[in-house]
Design a protein around this ligand. Structure first.
Ligand SMILES: Cc1cc2nc3c(=O)[nH]c(=O)nc-3n(C[C@H](O)[C@H](O)[C@H](O)COP(=O)(O)O)c2cc1C
Length: 352
């Protein structure tokens, strides 16, 4: 079946035998053709991009971000109207209404819930599984990954610091070497962060990953509702322009965010000082301080993505942004990635 936006002349799926053989477990788990997830991107990963990804044979994920249960309810329904293929929902573990959001996913029969932003609170994984959905988790360390996979996580995403948005301290290549040999045989591991071309996908598949997750490469697709100025900023940028935010106060554990350098980057430094002062002078709780920082990011990202304020907003982007040069339909990006992956696997095997 051809999905929306997919050219009828596109090469048939059977042209990727090597890639699909290595992706098989991942694709079966997700219920899609190519085990390529488009990671949730707040304000960007809404009905249009998510359905386009799933219609192109990948796996789209709705970014719930700071959405209320009512908004998520509407977004899932609207996405379902645009695709009959599976897609997931990404929930942030520190969301105050996490349980209600899980119930909204259950009501719609969402098949996969991605829990991002920290250790899932007690009862959340169980609640998701009661609805029959699969749980996808993130883990920054191998010990935590094992724990989450033991306690109900069905698949794991490891995400390196090359990625756009909130990041950990370790690069994708090192995480892959640490996690894949230990987990790939018995578990489903997807690799994310810094992937811009199919050759890199081939490499991680050969190391044992069952699939990959990309964000930056899809953020400016034709179907993405991101503002034209947001997209232009991506097309102009090089890898070195996507920088990680700095933490100004050692007591305020701010998760670094990778974004294109602009005035907003400096404003974030000022915001941290403001919140640190509230902790010092007015006894603001640490949890609340972190929530304020997260709300800041959500607002700043909205300004850039929705309003096109590329000066003051947050242009979250990964280092692969240098490989994003023009607006392309999702189906074309997916086809390029798969063509490159298949060619790379073919060449490597031919040389042996
Ligand atoms: C603009 C933008 C917004 C993002 N927002 C979120 C988010 O809300 N939740 C989340 O779990 N990850 C978020 N991410 C991370 C992506 O889901 C994905 O894991 C990441 O982009 C993969 O790395 P890459 O950018 O190098 O492809 C965001 C990334 C970008 C570029």
């Amino acid at each position: 079946m051809l999905g929306a936006g997919r050219s009828p002349n596109r090469t048939p799926m059977t042209t990727y035998p090597k890639s699909h053989a290595l992706m098989q477990r991942g694709a079966e788990f997700l219920g899609c053709e190519h085990a390529v997830l488009c990671g949730a991107m707040s304000w960007v990963s809404e009905r249009n991009l998510v359905s386009a990804i799933s219609n192109a044979g990948g796996f789209g994920v709705i970014a719930c971000g700071a959405m209320t249960p009512e908004l998520l309810d509407a977004e899932i329904a609207a996405t379902r109207a645009l695709t009959d293929r599976p897609f997931g929902v990404n929930l942030i573990t520190m969301h105050p209404q996490l349980m209600e959001l899980i119930d909204v996913c259950a009501k719609h029969g969402v098949t996969h819930v991605v829990l991002a932003g920290g250790i899932p609170p007690k009862g959340s994984v169980e609640r998701i599984k009661e609805s029959g959905a699969k749980v996808i988790v993130f883990a920054p360390t191998l010990a935590l990954a094992k724990k989450l996979l033991r306690s109900g996580g069905d698949a794991l995403v490891i995400e390196g610091m090359e990625a756009g948005g909130h990041i950990g301290p370790v690069s994708t290549s090192v995480l892959a070497q640490e996690f894949l040999p230990a987990l790939a045989e018995d578990h489903l591991v997807f690799v994310a962060g810094g992937i811009g071309r199919g050759e890199a996908i081939a490499g991680y598949l050969e190391m044992g990953a069952v699939g990959v997750q990309l964000g930056t490469r899809f953020a400016c697709a034709t179907e993405s509702i991101a503002h034209p100025d947001f997209k232009k900023a991506f097309f102009r940028a090089n890898a070195r322009d996507a920088v990680a935010s700095v933490q100004v106060d050692p007591r305020l554990p701010v998760i670094p965010v990778r974004a294109l350098k602009n005035k907003g980057t400096e404003e974030f430094t000022a915001k941290q000082r403001e919140v640190a002062a509230l902790v010092d002078n007015e006894g603001l709780e640490m949890m609340e301080a972190q929530l304020q920082i997260e709300h800041y990011w959500a607002g700043a990202l909205r300004r850039a993505v929705v309003d096109g304020d590329v000066e003051n907003g947050s242009l979250m982007a990964g280092q692969s942004v240098g490989m994003v040069k023009a607006e392309e339909p999702v189906a074309d990006i997916m086809a390029s990635l798969m063509d490159q992956c298949e060619a790379a696997l073919g060449q490597r095997h031919a040389k042996r």
